[in-house]
Every structure is written in structure tokens, then in C-alpha cells.
Design a protein around this ligand. Structure first.
Ligand code: 2AM
Ligand code: CA
Length: 262
């Protein structure tokens, strides 16, 4: 089987190439469809980029498996061997409406353990990446381990939808959190919000509903930097299951869990 460094090096090359394809598509007219709802968008570029990875991976690493958001990869029931969990465009609504605030997200998992994380902020040409145990990097620059923040001094990534009546969380609880922290932000791309937590631009990110391709790459990078990612019950997240998610530093994780989620 290919070594971890070789897999990482290939993933870096491919994610940059995929980024170029996306940038070039800004000059073309997108083909936009909706999926589960009017606001759940998919474009020809989401599909094109997913296919790009599937073809490259099948050719170079034929024993690897791909789980992609647009469903062109494998149908998986368990995480055996090397699995690439890919979101070709995370933040598709931003991609369509803003041509910014989106990312390509890849988590590479071996027998259920996150080994390589990559998030590419295409518009800023910023690649965040790590190999488990070897530190995390923004392009070539090493990212410092995550720092703790007090609850009242933290900036939390949270979508305003969770302050409206919903089936996942009591909106009074989220409203209390919004009042008690220093500030909240919503960027519309889980991958970017996770990388903002990894780099200290946010102190925590909370979502009630994410899929493995939204969080795999970011979780691997955050864990490499000493952060903690769980579902909102405090259980470990699973790379094959949709779940709620809280990503932050260990002490702030404890504080948020204790004050709002227990
Ligand atoms: P996407 O753009 O790849 O679809 C938006 O708040 C963030 O949540 C984005 O990362 C978006 O990913 C993700 N997202 C939006 N709707 C979702 C859903 N129904 N299930 C899982 N993730 C979702
Ligand atoms: Ca997507």
C-alpha cells in the first residue's frame, strides 16, 4: 500500500488542480440544480470536481475508496481500508451567489482513523493540511496548537437558523449562548468554519446537522492541533454518519457542554 506521505503529496497536487478548475468556471455559466430542498444547491462544478478526484484516485490508488457528497463514489457501510471523504465544494450556496466563502474538503481515513486532512480555500489560495502526528500547515507555514478562550471572550460560529424554531435544539438555549459569548459568526461553509476554529479565528463552531464530507477534513486538522470535536451529546463523531457537531478547544468544549448542552 502507498505510504502516507505519498498519499498526502498526491492529494495536495489534486486539490490545487481541482481549485484551478473551479476558478476557471467563474468565467462560465453554471448549471444549477436543487437537491433535497429549494435551498440545497448543486452545480455542474460540484459534480465535475467529485469526478475529477474519483478518476485520479482510482487510477493512482486503485485499492482506495471514495465517499463523495454528490454520490458518485462508493456506497459504504463500514470504514475499512483507506477512504477519501470528499466534499468537492463545501458552501455551494456561497459558490453560486458570492464566488467566495467556499472550500474543497478532504478527509482521508484509514480503518476508521483520520490520517490526512485537507481544506482548500480556493479563492484565497490557502491550503490547510495535515498528516496525523506531523503537525498542521497553512500552505507551508506551521499552524500553532489551538489556544483556550473563556466562554465570555469567545467568538462562536453558528448559523442563525438555530435561533428559530427547529427540531434539533431548543432555540432559547442557542439564544442564551448568543447573548453570553463575545460574538457569533456564520460563514456558510462548515469546512471553512472548522478551519477558522483550527487557526483561532473562531473559538468554537456549532452545527446541528452536518454530513461526513462537511466535517471529515476539518475534524482531522482540529484534532491534530489539540482541539476537540464531538456531537452535541459529547459523543465522538463517526465518519460515516450525519450528526450534530461542536468543534473547539478542550476546556471551552467542557464549558459549553456544561452550560448549554447537559
Ligand atoms: P454544502 O455547501 O457542501 O452543502 C452551510 O451551513 C454548511 O452546512 C455547509 O457546509 C453545507 O455544505 C452544510 N449543509 C447544508 N445543508 C446541509 C444538510 N442538510 N445536511 C448536511 N450538511 C448541510
Ligand atoms: Ca458540497
Amino acid at each position: 500500500m502507498a505510504g502516507i506521505d505519498e498519499i498526502h503529496a498526491q492529494a495536495v497536487r489534486w486539490i490545487k488542480e481541482a481549485g484551478q478548475r473551479i476558478t476557471q468556471s467563474f468565467e462560465t455559466i453554471l448549471d444549477i440544480e436543487t437537491k433535497s430542498s429549494m435551498n440545497d444547491l448543486v452545480t455542474n462544478m460540484d459534480k465535475d470536481v467529485e469526478h475529477f478526484f474519483i478518476e485520479r484516485i482510482a487510477e493512482r490508488f486503485p485499492d482506495h475508496i471514495v465517499l463523495g457528497e454528490e454520490g458518485a463514489g462508493h456506497d459504504l457501510e463500514e470504514l475499512k481500508g483507506v477512504v477519501w471523504i470528499i466534499d468537492p465544494i463545501d458552501g455551494t450556496m456561497n459558490f453560486v451567489h458570492q464566488q467566495r466563502n467556499f472550500a474543497i474538503s478532504i478527509g482521508i481515513v484509514e480503518n476508521g482513523v483520520g490520517k490526512i486532512g485537507l481544506i482548500y480555500d480556493v479563492v484565497h489560495d490557502e491550503l490547510y493540511h495535515c498528516i496525523r502526528g506531523e503537525g498542521a500547515f497553512q500552505n507551508e507555514k506551521r499552524i500553532e496548537p489551538m489556544k483556550e478562550a473563556k466562554l465570555e471572550e469567545s467568538i462562536v460560529g453558528l448559523n442563525a437558523i438555530w435561533l428559530t424554531e427547529n427540531k434539533k435544539i431548543d432555540k432559547d438555549v442557542t439564544a442564551q449562548l448568543v447573548r453570553e459569548v463575545r460574538g457569533t459568526r456564520s460563514y456558510g461553509s462548515a469546512a471553512l468554519e472548522l478551519i477558522y476554529v483550527a487557526t483561532g479565528r473562531l473559538n468554537a463552531y456549532i452545527s446541528m446537522r452536518l454530513a461526513p464530507w462537511d466535517f471529515a477534513g476539518g475534524t482531522i486538522i482540529i484534532e491534530e492541533l489539540g482541539g476537540k470535536v464531538t456531537d452535541l451529546k459529547g459523543n465522538p463523531i463517526h465518519y460515516l454518519k450525519k450528526s450534530s457537531l461542536i468543534a473547539t478547544s478542550p476546556k471551552l468544549h467542557e464549558a459549553i457542554m456544561e452550560r448549554y448542552l447537559s
